[in-house]
Write a protein that binds this ligand. Structure first.
Ligand code: IPD
Ligand code: CA
Ligand code: CA
Length: 268
């Protein structure tokens, strides 16, 4: 991945954030927020950001297509054949519930899939302007500083991580609750994948576990963390594939931590 493309996409995200997202932050009117499905909100800022970002990404790579969260809500077939050609996955605002609540914990995310493999990722937190980028085989960076996760495996009793329980089946929720006291802390997550993955990649926590696997929520962070030295895999140990939406994913600071957490957190 050439650094020109990394910079061009970064500029597209920063411009969209400056033009239509940040002006709405803590200033949304009631009519600018909608429930697109039960419990899932969308705002004028999500829609406008995706509309701005989509043609700009397509013009960067001739023949590429864009699969945006909001366009897919209207046309679900857009998600078909993610494993063909160049596909940009766009999450115009990740953490919309936080954005609506006036919390700065939201991000704008893009991943580039090439024949189904994630080859580049961008995660921008507009309020702080913190930008995380990664490209396959070339590392992960936050604001230009290369990330390297810890290669050691802490005691379970001193490790901490988040488990996103909103979509977790009841049986698994009970298992996690029963095993939680083995860990230093089991956190609820931030409701923003664009912050939860960087929290592991930068060493703030040791792991994060997700259930629902929408590709725009996970492809960017999974590449970021893998390129930083982390380990991301489905709960059965198989590799993460953004075109496969079957649930359950564990992301950890390295492979040893992944295996230990998988065992200690999900043991029945
Ligand atoms: C949400 C965030 C959150 C995840 C939810 C997503 P959205 O994205 O990524 O971390 O747990 O499943 O829906 O809807 O705010 O873009
Ligand atoms: Ca999202
Ligand atoms: Ca979103």
């Amino acid at each position: 991945m050439n650094s020109g493309l990394i910079d061009e996409v970064s500029a597209i995200l920063r411009n969209a954030a400056a033009d239509v997202v940040l002006p709405r932050f803590q200033k949304l009117q009631a009519g600018q927020i909608e429930e697109k499905s039960p419990g899932e909100v969308v705002t004028i800022a999500d829609r406008e950001a995706e509309q701005i970002i989509t043609p700009r990404l397509m013009s960067l790579l001739p023949g590429s297509r864009v699969v945006g969260e909001e366009a897919t809500a209207e046309t679900p077939a857009l998600m078909d054949e993610l494993d063909e050609g160049d596909v940009w996955l766009v999450d115009p605002i990740d953490g919309t519930a936080n954005f609506v609540a006036g919390s700065p914990v939201f991000s704008v995310m893009v991943a580039l899939l090439r024949r189904g493999e994630t080859v580049a990722a961008w995660l921008l937190e507009p309020v702080s302007d913190r930008l995380a980028v990664a490209s396959l085989g070339a590392g992960a960076f936050v604001d230009g500083i290369r990330l390297h996760t810890e290669s050691s495996c802490p005691d379970v009793a001193s490790s901490r991580g988040a488990v996103l329980t909103r979509f977790l089946p009841d049986a698994l929720k009970k298992t996690v609750a029963a095993n939680a006291s083995r860990f230093s802390a089991i956190l609820p997550g931030t409701r923003c994948s664009g912050v939860d993955y960087p929290a592991v990649a930068t060493g703030k926590q040791n792991f994060v576990m997700f259930w629902r696997l929408l590709p725009w929520d996970h492809a960017p962070g999974a590449l970021l963390l893998s390129e930083a030295g982390g380990w991301v895999a489905r709960l059965d140990g198989s590799s993460y594939d953004p075109s496969d939406q079957r649930p359950g994913l564990l992301a950890a600071q390295n492979r040893d931590v992944w295996q230990t957490v998988r065992r200690k957190l999900l043991e029945t």
